[in-house]
Design a protein around this ligand. Structure first.
Ligand SMILES: [Zn+2]
Ligand SMILES: [Zn+2]
Length: 228
C-alpha cells in the first residue's frame, strides 16, 4: 500500500496536509495533491511502496487552497491523471482566476495551475466516490464519499484536532457561516471512517463527534466572525 494503511485499499500520506490513495478494481485515485510544488511527499510514498505513480488515474481535489493542490501540476505531468475538482473552485485551480489566499500561504507559495479536466457538482459519481458539496471553507469545497465503505474524505470541510472534529480557522474560510451550515450536510451521511485534510483519521464515533462540533460551532466560529 502507498502510505500508511488506514483501511482496505486506502493509504494515508501523513503530513501537515494529508493526502490519501484509494485503489479498487476501477483504478487508483489520489485525494489532494500536497503543498509541495514537486509533490515530494506523494512521490516519496509511491517510491517507498515501489508503486508506479503513473497508475494514478484520477486526482481528486477537495478545494482550491494551495496547500492541497500545489503538487497537482507535477503529478498530472508524471501520471497523465485526470484532475477533478468542484466547478466553483476550478477557475482558481487552473489559473483562470487568482485565488484569494490567506496571507500566510501567499507569502510562502506561488500557485502551480493545473488543467481541470473534470469539473464536479454535488452528487456526481467519480468511480466509487460520490461528490458531496460542502461549501464555506471555499466556494467549491467538496468531500468525497465512498457509500459502500462508509468512508468520507472530508478535505477541509471538517478536520481533526486532538481527538475532536473541528473547522479550520474562520480566517481561512470564504464564508464561515456556510462552512458551519455544511456540517449538517455531512451529518446526514453514514460515516464510519472520516479521513480529514488535516489531523488524524477518525473512526467509529464520527456521528457523535460531528454532533459535538455542530453544537459548539455557532459559539466558536460565528460569534467571532460577527466581530471581525
Ligand atoms: Zn483549505
Ligand atoms: Zn487545508
Amino acid at each position: 500500500m502507498v502510505g500508511q494503511d488506514v483501511d482496505t485499499g486506502i493509504g494515508w500520506i501523513k503530513g501537515f496536509v494529508n493526502e490519501y490513495v484509494f485503489e479498487d478494481a476501477s483504478g487508483t485515485y489520489l485525494v489532494d495533491a500536497s503543498f509541495s510544488g514537486s509533490a515530494k511527499p506523494i512521490r516519496r510514498a509511491f517510491e517507498r511502496a515501489a508503486a508506479d505513480l503513473s497508475k494514478v488515474g484520477t486526482i481528486l481535489l477537495t478545494h482550491q487552497h494551495v496547500d492541497h493542490i500545489r503538487g497537482a501540476a507535477e503529478l498530472e505531468r508524471r501520471s497523465r491523471a485526470v484532475v477533478a475538482c468542484h466547478a466553483a473552485d476550478a477557475p482558481c485551480v487552473d489559473g483562470r482566476v487568482r485565488p484569494k489566499m490567506p496571507m500566510i500561504l501567499r507569502l510562502f507559495a506561488s500557485v502551480h495551475p493545473v488543467p481541470v479536466k473534470r469539473e464536479l457538482s454535488d452528487g456526481d459519481s467519480v468511480g466509487p466516490f460520490r461528490v458531496v458539496f460542502a461549501p464555506g471553507h471555499t466556494p467549491g469545497e467538496v468531500a468525497f464519499y465512498l457509500p459502500e465503505r462508509k468512508v468520507l474524505f472530508s478535505g477541509d470541510s471538517v478536520v481533526e484536532k486532538k481527538g475532536r472534529l473541528t473547522l479550520p480557522a474562520a480566517g481561512y474560510a470564504s464564508d464561515i457561516r456556510q462552512a458551519v451550515a455544511s456540517l449538517s450536510i455531512l451529518r446526514k451521511l453514514d460515516i464510519e471512517l472520516l479521513l480529514p485534510g488535516h489531523g488524524e483519521p477518525v473512526r467509529g464515533d464520527v456521528p457523535a463527534k460531528l454532533d459535538d462540533l455542530i453544537a459548539r460551532a455557532p459559539g466558536e466560529y460565528l460569534s467571532r466572525a460577527k466581530g471581525g
